[in-house]
Design a protein around this ligand. Structure first.
Ligand SMILES: [Zn+2]
Length: 62
């Protein structure tokens, strides 16, 4: 009755939202790691953190 289902953001499979589901909203640790990996890759593209990108920007604007 209190069973809530969500969709795994990675593979879109139904996931039971329960205390036993430690990887929620993901269906598995694998899907969680895949999603985190994609986030990490996207953050690398955002300029500011890596020194190389900042230097390239300074050169570009001069
Ligand atoms: Zn999944």
């Amino acid at each position: 009755m209190s069973t809530l289902q969500v969709k795994c953001p990675t593979c879109k499979r139904p996931v039971l939202w329960s205390p036993e589901q430690e990887f929620k909203p993901f269906c598995s640790e694998r899907c969680k790691l895949i999603d985190l990996g994609e986030w990490a890759m996207e953050e690398k593209v955002i300029p500011g953190e890596p020194l190389n990108l900042t230097e390239d920007e300074d050169t570009f604007f001069q």
